[in-house]
Design a binder for this molecule. Structure first.
Ligand SMILES: [Zn+2]
Length: 369
């Protein structure tokens, strides 16, 4: 049914496109702006393409307005090859276009500055900062007492992520394990200094399903104090190891509020063995709890074939076609909400020591990002 409605909307959109286009052009021409600045998130393809089409349309009418385009992230990037080809089919040459950053001066100078999709294509990029030997799937094979005996890889892996994020001018949220922060204080400072948000992943990767309320409180309190001290900013976000706030463990949400946390990212609205909050809402929302109001930011899911699938990262990102994650994020854009993507530093590290347990598809992660 949803599929049919979407189809119908697309048909209506394409039928109305010409009408809207003529109305918009008439409205712009009536205002006689000396200049127009088109803005979109990256200024790689959509806004320069729109700007070129508008220049052509206005100049046909003899208006001669100066039309420019700019974006909010990543200056100096070219359009993708297929985008250049698509524009060429409309007689527009984007081969020499390089994205330009929208500065306040540029926006002020423009007679009109329409923004396209600026608020819609912003998603949450989040990182669970832990070592490769912290993975919950390994907990039966790797004892807590032995953790300090393993080679540490987290610092180098996170630096690689910081580099990737800097290159695309993206800010992320890093859910840091207290255990890691204690051993790598400089790493937490570097993440914060790069402008990213520091949040909490608990102290020692214990699942909420295996903690008493008292042990949980102790873990999240200790981690918060420790991280705030290092980052010199308030820590208000939490993600439970292995998304382990499951039905019946909602008391953890109240403990978070009581300990000064303001949002949670642990309720994964999928039905899975050992984790998941199947009846949870899929988009960011407020939870009304006895202890107050807590913002909930679930990882992205994809609704297809009558079920809801995890699509926000982890093994799904490594093993399934990238199209699955992209479809989930595009669906979020259609709903006008941000999607939440998550990754672990060890997913970028094909060189990590092999534990005697199954481990898959690490070699391709960097290319996929
Ligand atoms: Zn974790």
């Amino acid at each position: 049914m949803g599929h049919v409605l979407r189809r119908l909307r697309r048909v209506l959109d394409s039928l109305l496109h010409g009408v809207r286009r003529r109305a918009t052009l008439a409205a712009i021409a009536a205002r006689r702006p000396a200049s127009v600045l088109f803005m979109c998130n990256g200024n790689i393809f959509r806004s320069p393409f729109a700007a070129a089409l508008l220049t052509r349309a206005l100049n046909h009418g003899g208006e001669g307005a100066a039309v420019e385009s700019a974006g909010l992230i990543g200056p100096g990037r070219p359009a993708a090859r297929e985008a250049i080809l698509a524009a060429a089919r409309h007689g527009i040459d984007l081969r020499n276009h390089r994205s330009q950053l929208a500065t306040a001066a540029l926006v002020r100078a423009a007679g009109r500055a329409p923004a396209r999709g600026v608020g819609m294509s912003v998603h949450h990029f989040s990182v669970d900062v832990e070592e490769y030997f912290h993975v919950s799937a390994f907990e039966r094979h790797v004892r807590y007492a032995d953790w300090d005996g393993f080679e540490s890889r987290v610092s180098g892996n996170v630096d690689q992520l910081l580099d990737l994020l800097a290159r695309s001018q993206t800010r992320a949220t890093f859910f840091v394990l207290g255990w890691v922060a204690e051993r790598h204080p400089g790493l937490v400072r570097r993440i914060a200094a790069a402008g990213h948000e520091i949040a909490s992943h608990g102290w020692d990767h214990a699942r909420v399903t295996e903690q008493s309320p008292l042990a949980f409180r102790d873990s999240i309190r200790r981690t918060k104090i420790f991280l705030e001290d290092l980052a010199a900013t308030p820590v208000v976000g939490f993600r439970a190891p292995s998304f382990s706030i499951v039905p019946g463990r909602e008391w953890a949400l109240d403990v978070l509020l009581e300990e000064g946390y303001r949002y949670d990212s642990s309720l994964f609205p999928v039905r899975r063995n050992g984790y998941g909050y199947a009846n949870g809402r899929r988009d960011p929302h407020w939870l009304k709890r006895p202890a107050g109001r807590l913002a909930e930011v679930p990882p992205a899911t994809l609704r297809r074939w009558g079920a809801q699938w995890p699509a926000g990262g982890g093994a799904y990102f490594r093993l399934l076609p990238y199209a699955v994650v992209r479809a989930a994020l595009r669906d979020c854009e259609r709903r006008g909400v941000p999607g939440t993507f998550y990754i672990h530093p060890w997913e970028l590290d094909p060189e990590q020591p092999r534990l005697e347990v199954p481990c898959t598809a690490i070699a391709d992660t960097v290319a996929r990002l």
